[in-house]
Design a protein. Structure first.
Length: 295
């Protein structure tokens, strides 16, 4: 059994007998530039499971079926205009073995310790990829989540760890996509503030992390009022990609918000996960193609 012939059903057997196949697949993977000729990026995100966030819509375990998730990812990555994927190590390694990452941008998820619903959710430790892991695997960058609650001491530890991660990524000359939020707790849940002033403040904080911002990108939500995005993106000169987030059944509304924000000069693309992998109509290919069309 070789990675070039492996199917999803054979992954466990390959991992059992030949764990070295993962490193071998990473070493021979054909790479590409992060951005081609100024084109915008279309990245599919699938790093939610590693934080215990498995729900989509009313299905609390939608992303718990790994074979189904991999099928959706392989389909999404095969569509024209899709540049790459953001995921945790286990998912990226499955995709490597399936041969789905050739000439794709591969971004590793770095901090997944802030488990969804945990009392320590905002003490978001770096339990995923480190900079050296990403460099060793010849991946193309990393992503970190930075949720800041001014009333939660865990946010300070996350902030400090995030700054050191930015430094480590810059030392390896690897782009790091920082996803910042100002957050609060409500009813036992962490809620991100998507009002324009709050997002602009999170941008200012994230942009100043570490000893250099040379390799830092921002991964930002579209604000509650899309008209606020110009001011938000004007808070930094760093390149921006837009995250998808929950669409609450209004896929067309989400597309329209993304379309407007993509017209801003610092916005360089989309990083979207559940709303494309688990669209309301069930057609992953069509959802991905529509998102690509916005670019």
């Amino acid at each position: 059994m070789t990675p070039s012939s492996v199917s999803i059903s054979e992954l466990a057997a390959l991992r059992t007998r030949h764990p070295e196949a993962i490193a071998e697949a990473a070493a021979r993977r054909r790479r590409r530039p992060l951005v081609r000729d100024g084109a915008r990026l279309m990245i599919v995100a699938a790093d939610h499971p590693a934080r215990g966030a498995l729900g989509v819509g009313g299905d609390e375990l939608a992303m718990a079926d790994r074979a189904d998730l991999l099928e959706r990812l392989v389909l999404a990555l095969s569509r024209p205009g899709v540049d790459g994927v953001l995921a945790s190590a286990d998912i990226l390694e499955d995709l490597l073995l399936l041969g789905a990452l050739e000439e794709k941008v591969v971004l590793g998820s770095m901090n997944r310790g802030g488990l969804a619903g945990a009392s320590f959710e905002l003490d978001d430790r770096f339990t995923g990829h480190r900079a050296e892991d990403l460099a060793r695997a010849r991946f193309d960058g990393g992503k970190l989540l930075l949720r800041i609650d001014l009333q939660d001491p865990g946010s300070l530890r996350t902030l400090h760890s995030a700054a050191r991660a930015v430094d480590d990524m810059a030392a390896h000359r690897l782009p790091v996509f920082v996803e910042p939020f100002l957050s609060t707790r409500s009813g036992g849940r962490v809620v991100n503030d998507l009002r324009g002033p709050a997002v602009a403040r999170s941008v200012a904080i994230a942009s100043g992390l570490g000893g250099t911002s040379a390799y830092t990108w921002l991964k930002l939500p579209v604000t509650d009022d899309p008209e606020d995005m110009a001011r938000v993106c004007g808070a930094s000169t760093l390149p921006v990609v837009l995250l998808g987030g929950e669409v609450h059944g209004d896929q067309e509304g989400a597309y329209e918000k993304w379309r407007k924000a993509l017209s801003l000069p610092t916005v360089r693309g989309l990083v979207v996960g559940r709303s494309l992998l688990y669209p309301a109509g069930g057609d992953v290919g069509a959802a991905v193609d529509t998102a690509v069309g916005l670019l």
